[in-house]
Design a protein around this ligand. Structure first.
Ligand SMILES: Cc1cc2nc3c(=O)[nH]c(=O)nc-3n(C[C@H](O)[C@H](O)[C@H](O)COP(=O)(O)OP(=O)(O)OC[C@H]3O[C@@H](n4cnc5c(N)ncnc54)[C@H](O)[C@@H]3O)c2cc1C
Length: 418
């Protein structure tokens, strides 16, 4: 699908969009048409290649700093703005959107947990485009069970020494620094106090990154493995307090990971819909086209219902976040249903395209493969349902949206100012 230069926001989203948001929407569409669309086929044709150029182009626009306060050189544009960028890019290339969103999760963690000095050290480099980040929590054996992680950080004089492995780390090959969560307490200490977060530069001795192995989809994006063999880092690289690692990982997954993945799914969902309606409108059947067959229109109606609902869920959730209202369950739900509905529509679309869908290099295959990648990150479907059941029983543990909004980093004064 070739991207139209700009498609205005649908009226249903206007309550959430300011004039600045609308400009960013147009800017993202124009960027996607000019820079991403021509690369998307090349990225698909070379799955073993890490796409750096598109990351450089986004960095030059300071999009990796969309949520970074202006005091640190960022755009200070908030969560709706972040969603616009990810969503509009994902329509054209989910891999490109994935590159953007993977850095924006650790940026969020730094905003909430780093000291002023640490923010001042890391964020201006993200803002000027010279540094991309990753967040590294998942491990080969522990998977989504954070409490089962084995990576250990030990205090040695004025340094920390970290050993272990992390897997499926988004932007593993592009990030110049990784926000890593490691165990800092003995076995038996509760997970909520046993883990700690650290920033680790990618060129630290003892840190190695496995060769990029392409996955089913998202070609151009990397989600690889990091191995840490006694990596030494200074005390200054500890983020938050000792024992706050679970809070860093969970809060950034809920406040940043969930809505980011909802936006990627939404972009893919829109592309699925556009590809399918275009196909049915041009495929001749009897005296007309497939788009006139009632049974197929019924399926398109179902897809359109899911797409419209996904849009509202995604934007409403991040709007609430920008308004600093409690919205953890809304963010979780947007990710959960956003993926599920897009995957269902992608499957319907494969069937509606008939054998043509199976032709090599056909766009729909890429969309179908890419949507499989939004299920595991930032919580699988099971994890989301567990959290949503907690909300139903009023057993939510911490409302991160409420808890961290109160102490939002950008709301705090610069302690060094006179
Ligand atoms: C594209 C992509 C990007 C990613 N980016 C990152 C990243 O940047 N940083 C990072 O740290 N990780 C990242 N991940 C990893 C992701 O967070 C994990 O895949 C996820 O946490 C699940 O872990 P797992 O795949 O090992 O599955 P497992 O934990 O092995 O789970 C397998 C299945 O069992 C279910 N299951 C497991 N435990 C339970 C339970 N207690 N109750 C009910 N069901 C359960 C799961 O829902 C799943 O269906 C990424 C993954 C992908 C695909």
């Amino acid at each position: 699908m070739s991207a139209t230069p700009t498609t205005p926001p649908p009226p249903a989203l206007r309550p959430y969009l300011t004039a600045r948001h609308q400009r960013l929407w147009d800017e993202a569409d124009a960027f996607a048409a000019e820079h991403v669309a021509p690369r998307a086929a090349r990225m698909e044709a070379a799955p073993g290649k890490v796409e750096r150029k598109v990351a450089d182009l986004m960095a030059a626009r300071r999009w990796f700093a969309v949520t970074v306060p202006s005091a640190f050189g960022g755009l200070d544009a908030g969560h709706v703005a972040k969603t616009i960028l990810i969503h509009r890019l994902a329509r054209v290339s989910a891999a490109t959107a994935a590159i953007l969103q993977a850095t924006l999760i650790p940026v969020g963690a730094l905003l909430h947990f780093a000291t002023y000095e640490q923010k001042n050290y890391w964020l201006p480099r993200v803002a000027d485009g010279s540094l991309l980040l990753s967040i590294a929590v998942t491990e080969p054996q522990a998977g989504g069970h954070i409490g089962g992680m084995k990576t250990v950080a030990e205090h040695a004089g004025s340094e920390w020494v970290i050993t272990g492995s992390k897997s499926h780390i988004g932007n593993s090959h592009l990030a110049g620094a990784h926000l890593i969560v490691a165990r800092t307490a003995e076995t038996g200490v509760s997970t909520s106090q046993a883990l700690t977060a650290f920033m680790i530069e990618s060129n630290r001795r003892g840190l190695s990154i496995s060769r990029h192995r392409p996955g089913l989809g998202l070609h151009g994006f990397t989600a690889g493995r990091l191995d840490l063999d006694h990596v030494r880092i200074p005390q200054d690289n500890l983020i938050g307090e000792i024992g706050q690692g679970l809070a860093v990982a969970q809060s950034s997954s809920i406040l940043y990971g969930r809505p980011n993945l909802a936006a990627v799914s939404l972009g893919i969902h829109e592309a699925v819909m556009a590809t399918t309606t275009a196909r049915l409108k041009t495929r001749p059947r009897y005296r007309s086209t497939l788009s006139d067959l009632p049974v197929l229109r019924d399926r398109i109606g179902g897809m359109e219902a899911r797409l419209r609902a996904s849009r509202i869920l995604t934007y409403q959730a991040v709007h609430l976040l920008d308004q600093r209202l409690p919205c953890d369950a809304d963010l979780i739900n947007a990710k959960y249903l956003g993926h599920q509905w897009a995957a269902q529509s992608a499957q319907d679309a494969m069937e509606l395209h008939g054998a043509h869908a199976l032709d090599r290099d056909y766009l729909l295959q890429r969309l179908w493969r890419d949507i499989q990648h939004t299920y595991p990150p930032a919580g699988t479907g099971e994890v989301q349902r567990i959290r949503l059941a907690d909300a139903a029983f009023h057993e939510d543990h911490i409302q991160w949206s409420e808890h961290l909004a109160a102490e939002a980093a950008w709301a705090r004064p610069d302690p060094t100012a006179a």
